[in-house]
Design a protein around this ligand. Structure first.
Ligand SMILES: [Zn+2]
Length: 332
């Protein structure tokens, strides 16, 4: 339920809009492309970032048929002018809608929306609902603003009303400027970002006010579940700081949202399963990026879990999160 894809060809948004560090792809050699941010090299990606048939073949090696795809977070472009971000989001969403249309048994799409403007975001949510998207992907903060900010609430409310699931992905990591070495933004910043997003949505009451909002936090919740004891203790010992907008103990929310299984660690996954229940743990891979679980689910197969638990992780939890039917993908 957590893989990333990008169109093979995209407009040069920086040229088109006349400002900003938008991403474009430079296909400099067969099977590879450089992501250029503004005019700076950002990272090199391989053909499995855009080629649908190659992705299906690579997935087959791990007996996996269906990929939930969403854009690469660097494409969010929440910093751009809202209308321009809408334009870009529509382009990415149309690409994923077409992909799903061409490969209905192999791909499920999550849309992206201009979170910096609630009205435009909701407009695009409504369009994506009509295109058949079961959900969206959003960042863990929006231009450094937390998901607890009131201006994001109407977007979450619209997701609940439109029955669109939400995947929260860390991006624009806090402290990035202070940790340029050792890949720290990815190793330290990302898990903290996801916990930041969960705490913001719990403490502000978003999850309380919108009980039917189906949210999935990637990378097994980042550092949230690992620090739930501390978070709960903080809630109990300093309610004057923590419980100001929602009087409910954060532990009450365990098992009410979804997380993926990307832990790279069987003991940690067992802990996540103990806290969340297997119905709320989904099979994420972060394919095709190197920090992901690229031997999709193999460590889970090696864990000797009960068959039902494995089935929940491998498909049932994702089906329930996205409210989709197994029979649309395989003969059962
Ligand atoms: Zn990811």
């Amino acid at each position: 339920m957590h893989t990333h894809i990008i169109p093979e060809h995209m407009p040069n948004w920086t040229e088109k809009f006349g400002y900003g560090d938008f991403i474009y792809l430079q296909h400099h050699k067969q099977g590879f492309a450089k992501m250029i941010k503004g005019n700076q090299f950002f990272r090199e990606i391989e053909e499995n970032c855009w080629n649908p048939d190659l992705r299906i073949k690579e997935y087959e090696q791990f007996n996996t048929q269906v990929q939930v795809v969403c854009t690469i977070p660097v494409m969010f472009s929440y910093w751009a002018k809202p209308e321009d971000c809408l334009d870009l989001s529509r382009f990415l969403n149309d690409h994923i809608a077409e992909l799903v249309n061409n490969h209905p048994k192999n791909y499920i799409g999550l849309a992206t929306v201009p979170m910096q403007d609630s009205d435009l975001a909701i407009k695009e949510l409504e369009r994506c609902k009509k295109l058949g998207f079961p959900g969206i992907q959003i960042g863990s903060n929006i231009n450094d603003e937390n998901l607890s900010e009131e201006r994001f609430f109407p977007i979450f409310e619209a997701c609940q009303e439109l029955d669109l699931a939400v995947m929260v992905h860390p991006w624009n990591m806090m402290g990035m400027k202070n940790m340029t070495k050792y890949w720290l933004p990815w190793l330290v910043g990302m898990p903290a970002e996801t916990s930041r997003a969960i705490c913001s949505m719990i403490f502000s009451g978003v999850l309380e006010k919108l009980p039917d909002l189906r949210v999935n936090f990637v990378h097994a919740s980042g550092s949230f579940l690992a620090t739930i004891g501390r978070v709960e203790h903080g809630f109990n010992c300093r309610p004057d700081l923590v419980a100001i907008d929602n009087p409910i103990n954060p532990r009450e929310y365990l098992g009410k949202f979804w997380v993926d299984c990307i832990t790279h660690d069987p003991k940690m996954l067992q802990y996540v399963l103990d806290l969340q229940g297997s119905k709320k743990v989904t099979l994420g891979s972060d394919y095709p990026f190197p920090l992901g679980d690229l031997e999709i689910g193999r460590f889970i197969e090696d864990m000797q879990l009960p068959k039902e638990t494995v089935e929940d992780i491998f498909c049932n939890s994702t089906l329930e999160w996205l409210k989709i039917d197994k029979r649309d993908y395989i003969d059962v």
